[in-house]
Design a binder for this molecule. Structure first.
Ligand code: SF4
Ligand code: SF4
Length: 258
């Protein structure tokens, strides 16, 4: 049996609650149905947000004020991260949704190179984009239309980069470079972490295979934490695809146990 681990006073590690318990055939069927429903719902939300994204991007060239969509997304994404980690990037982010629902179909699905996940490149991209943005806002001030137009231009250029990288590697590469994503990964690093019941895990690798950020929840079997856990989108794809229910949301379980 797995040893109960306490991550904070009075809170039992949720993985411990599942340890040693085998799923019945009925539970397996119920889980499958739940997972199918959740995946379908997520896919639909992402498709809707993709359409919104393409429409805003195209219309932004005619109505530059639509460019203020970007700072709104930045504030929402980082604000939500303070409570739910990078859950904004799951399906609420229009570009993230576009990547998963449309760009994925063109992607070669290669491993994301470590350099894109590393802090130096992420900091460099954030520094360059934020500096260019600040300088341009100062230069264009106080013309709201020109500033909005610049936001649209930035969104177009970064989306072009996201598409190229997404096709060459994997659809979510840009999510490692996006300044909103980088800031959110810092702000929400310890929010709503995943928990793994080690004795339930059968090393099938399905969690890693289905992760849109190419994270590996299975790695928690050997290590206390998952690498790059701040970049987890809280999408639950790994939880749904795990055949043995070895993965759970730690905060959720702790609440249920309370
Ligand atoms: S680790 Fe799981 S919840 Fe997090 S992004 Fe990957 S599949 Fe989604
Ligand atoms: S999907 Fe579940 S059983 Fe398979 S490797 Fe991941 S945690 Fe282990």
């Amino acid at each position: 049996m797995e040893r109960a681990v306490s991550h904070s006073p009075g809170v039992t590690h949720p993985a411990a609650a599942l340890s040693g318990v085998k799923l019945s055939a009925r539970e397996r069927l119920a889980r499958k149905a739940q997972a199918a429903h959740a995946l379908k719902t997520r896919g639909l939300k992402q498709l809707i947000m993709s359409v919104v994204f393409i429409a805003v991007l195209a219309a932004g060239w005619v109505f530059p004020l639509l460019g203020y969509f970007i700072p709104v997304c930045m504030l929402l994404g980082i604000g939500i991260a303070a409570f739910r980690g990078r859950s904004w990037c799951n399906w609420l982010c229009p570009r993230g949704s576009f990547e998963d629902s449309l760009l994925r179909r063109l992607s070669r699905q290669r491993p994301i190179p470590a350099v894109f996940r590393g802090t130096p490149l992420r900091l460099a991209v954030m520094g360059v984009l934020m500096t260019v943005l600040t300088v341009m806002i100062i230069r264009l001030w106080p013309d709201p239309v020109a500033i909005g137009g610049f936001f649209v231009l930035m969104l177009t250029i970064t989306t072009a980069v996201a598409i190229v990288l997404g096709i060459i590697y994997q659809q979510r590469v840009w999510c490692y470079l996006c300044p909103i994503g980088t800031m959110s990964s810092w702000v929400g690093k310890n929010r709503q972490p995943l928990a793994l019941a080690r004795d339930r895990c059968v090393d099938c690798g399905l969690c890693a295979k289905h992760c849109p950020m190419q994270l590996a929840p299975v790695s928690m079997k050997a290590a206390a934490d998952m690498a790059h856990k701040g970049d987890c989108l809280k999408c639950s794809l790994c939880v749904h695809h795990c055949p043995t229910a070895a993965l759970q949301w730690q905060d959720l379980e702790a609440k249920e146990a309370a």
